[in-house]
Design a protein around this ligand. Structure first.
Ligand SMILES: NC(=O)c1ccc[n+]([C@@H]2O[C@H](COP(=O)([O-])OP(=O)(O)OC[C@H]3O[C@@H](n4cnc5c(N)ncnc54)[C@H](OP(=O)(O)O)[C@@H]3O)[C@@H](O)[C@H]2O)c1
Length: 233
């Protein structure tokens, strides 16, 4: 399995918090990183800050173009992280988010992974982003989001099992609530204490980075809560 230094990383569904923090961290670790999402202006700013490449696209319509671009400009995919998100607050009294949440967190994510896997190789890695909302005693809201992320947890396990013969690992992180913005090089540990609901995105980015590194080689099919223990309160 490759070290991060010299590897190629594709980050899909990048936004100003976790996506930015992870792009920055991987880039400084010597990985060649390409970030993607639909909003080109936002991507450009993140790419300048994190020193990455970027390619705006809608993963539902343009993923083939993206993968051709990645293969031409960068090479093989060693690390794939899918952060596609969105949140609709709903409940069984009005499940207004059901289609949207299943579309982004499950269908778009898994269809994209299906395409990427064909271009990945033994030793490469996939990390998905779930939520501790799948693990904490349920609240009455966020029903569609919770069930979509729970489906992603199971998909992580089943995909990891399917990809054992291909020697491709699949894991997920399950963060609690994250602060919206990433600020490079700040002392982020001062911004939270253990058990807090909210965490800076750096806390989650560092666990994803570990999952992409040879140090976690024996972790496969795991969904790791990254919440400082908040789900246990
Ligand atoms: N923020 C939190 O507190 C929190 C907590 C637990 C888990 N999570 C999970 O962590 C991940 C990152 O969260 P986040 O808050 O940083 O981001 P987010 O806003 O939930 O979603 C990430 C990005 O996905 C992109 N996206 C959505 N559909 C897409 C499509 N069809 N094609 C391409 N890009 C698409 C959007 O960017 P564009 O509009 O530019 O396409 C969006 O900014 C998500 O999976 C989220 O569910 C977040």
């Amino acid at each position: 399995m490759k070290k991060l230094n010299g590897s190629n990383s594709l980050l899909a569904g990048v936004s100003t918090g976790l996506g930015h923090a992870l792009a920055y961290d991987l880039s400084w670790s010597g990985s060649t990183v390409l970030i993607t999402a639909r909003n080109g202006e936002k991507l450009k700013k993140i790419a300048e800050s994190a020193k990455t490449k970027y390619f705006p696209c809608d993963l539902n319509r343009e993923s083939d173009l993206l993968l051709e671009h990645f293969s031409r400009e960068i090479g093989e995919i060693d690390n794939l992280v899918v952060l596609i998100g969105g949140y609709v607050q709903d409940s069984i009294l009005d499940m207004k988010g059901l289609d949207e949440m299943l579309e982004s967190h499950v269908r778009t994510t898994l269809r994209f992974v299906e395409k990427c896997v064909k271009k990945m190789h033994p030793g490469s890695n996939i990390v998905l982003v779930s939520s501790t909302q799948t693990m904490k005693t349920s609240s009455s809201s966020g029903l569609s989001y919770s069930i979509a992320k729970t489906a992603l947890n199971k998909a992580t396990e089943v995909m990891a099992s399917s990809l054992i013969p291909s020697e491709i690992r699949v894991n997920a992180v399950a963060p609690s609530s994250m602060m919206d913005e990433f600020v490079p090089d700040r002392d982020y540990s001062r911004l939270r204490k253990i058990g807090d609901l909210q965490t800076p995105p750096e806390d989650v980015a560092s666990v994803i980075k570990w999952l992409l590194s040879p140090e976690s080689e024996w972790v496969n099919g795991a969904v790791i809560p990254v919440d400082g223990g908040y789900r246990l309160r």
